[in-house]
Design a protein around this ligand. Structure first.
Ligand SMILES: OC[C@@H]1[C@@H](O)[C@H](O)[C@@H](O)c2nc(CNc3ccccc3)cn21
Length: 447
């Protein structure tokens, strides 16, 4: 046996998101979100599940925070439901929405837990969607008003802010692939949405600086790693395109102030282009304090002419998979973070999401989720490699604190350290909860 020791100030945390846990979908003045509409649309979500109740954390947050305290985490990443603050997306603020998040954040702080707040984790006010949503540049202004309200309201309480969770999901998954709300399938639309998100991000960072808000601000892209199936030139290029679809397209603008040209050319061949207005790229590359990285998986990529979007097919070379079918590829985390550091410099990084779907349930009151423990351990070992290799890694926030509404998969997929019985809403810490508690308490890993 050997021991891996993490830096003494390394931040251990857990994450959730508003639509996935809160419920209270139409309470206390909250407006509709695009996920309320999407999940209420037949055929969009497995089993017709929706977030009307979810984990009912809107009413049970004190119980959840007590469990976080028991877990011993120093950071809790959560998101604000924009439609609770601005039910119509802009205009009138809903005081009950602000009051709820003040009660919630105060309880976190009272329990010694640092709030890491995501301003946008996909639940766009429906009223804005009806005016074009992220395809309409005016949504940028509504987002800025919302962000300014939150910065001023929570000044001194919330010191870690994330502008957007996973721009790739908001643009490509939701507006090109169409699996998430609002469910469009249009590549040009997806590129426009991504660009508007970037402009909103950059303007928000600039405003954060101009207001002199105490704290740090960043963004949380989801990154994947693809290796070429062989060293044939066409396979190497296929893997490069596949990585860029997820990674460079969402990192180059932030750090270089430009899109990767080979991908701009590729999209042009597909009939789509980036609509950039004068000054946009300068705004987008407004320096951030940290980068949140959401990493789950990766694969091998092989050239296949006219296959899907990038003349590239994923090869299943016998990877073990989780219960959602994603490859377990911990070395991909090391490759992603070392590549990122080599490409963009020693950016301060938090892993803002990493975790596994395993659907184990309670047997005699205990949830034996050894596979989740194995997944977490394999990935956390890679983090130690990253630190030894010079990656400026500040912390690890696992997905997820508790089982929750897994978007288009509904409640059929469980990622939590805490099991939730959706009939009774009973919370049961899993074996992985106690394993993670030991890691958080000791700051070392026995391997
Ligand atoms: O799917 C697990 C989590 C999800 O619950 C989070 O809300 C979201 O931030 C998140 N992002 C990924 C990675 N990207 C992804 C790919 C396909 C579907 C959903 C998410 C995984 N997860």
């Amino acid at each position: 046996m050997s021991v891996i020791q993490f830096p003494k100030d390394f931040v251990w945390g857990a994450a959730t998101a508003s639509y996935q846990i809160e419920g209270a979908w139409n309470e206390d003045g909250k407006g509709l979100s695009i996920w309320d509409v999407f999940s209420h649309t037949p055929g969009k979500v497995v089993n017709g599940d929706n977030g009307d109740i979810a984990c009912d954390s809107y009413h049970r947050y004190e119980e959840d925070i007590a469990l976080m305290k028991e877990l011993g985490i120093k950071a809790y990443r959560f998101s604000i439901a924009w439609p609770r603050i601005y039910p119509q997306g802009s205009g009138e603020v809903n005081p009950k929405g602000l009051e709820y998040y003040h009660r919630f954040v105060d309880k976190l702080i009272e329990n010694g837990i640092e709030p890491y707040c995501t301003l946008y984790h996909w639940d766009l006010p429906q009223a804005l969607q009806e005016k074009g949503g992220w395809n309409n540049r005016e949504t940028i202004d509504a987002y800025l008003q919302y962000a300014e309200t939150m910065f001023k309201e929570f000044q001194g309480k919330i010191k870690y802010w994330i502008t957007f969770n996973e721009p790739w999901c908001v643009s490509m998954l939701s507006n090109y692939i169409g699996a998430h709300a609002p469910g469009n399938q249009d590549l040009q639309l997806a590129l426009d949405v991504a660009h508007h998100l970037f402009v909103a991000h950059g303007k928000t960072v600039r405003m954060f600086r101009e207001l002199g808000i105490e704290g740090q601000i960043g963004i949380a892209p989801n990154l994947y790693w693809y290796e070429p199936y062989s060293n044939r030139k066409e396979d190497v290029e296929a893997a490069r395109r596949k990585r860029a679809w997820y990674n460079e397209w969402f990192l180059d603008p932030l750090f270089k102030g430009s899109y990767p040209q080979f991908m701009v050319d590729w999209y042009k061949k597909k009939g789509a282009e980036v609509n950039i207005q004068p000054g946009d790229m300068e705004i987008i590359k407004e320096p951030i304090d940290f980068l949140g990285i959401n990493y789950y998986s990766g694969s091998l990529a092989r050239y296949k002419e006219n296959f899907e979007d990038f003349d590239c097919e994923e090869i299943d070379e016998g990877y073990e998979k989780t219960d959602i079918g994603w490859n377990i590829y911990p070395e991909g985390l090391y490759k992603t973070l070392t590549w990122l550091t080599e490409t963009y410099g020693p950016v301060p990084i938090y892993i803002t999401e990493n975790g596994a779907c395993y659907n184990d349930g309670p047997v005699d009151g205990r949830v034996r989720d050894q596979k989740r423990i194995d997944y977490l351990q394999k990935h956390i070992i890679q983090l130690n490699r990253c630190i030894q290799s010079g990656v400026n890694l500040k912390g690890y926030i696992t997905w997820s604190f508790m089982d929750n509404f897994e978007w288009a998969e509904g409640y059929s997929k469980r990622f939590g350290l805490v099991h939730v019985d959706y009939n009774t809403l009973k919370r049961t810490p899993k074996d992985s909860f106690y394993w993670y508690r030991h890691l958080v308490r000791t700051n070392w890993l026995d391997i």
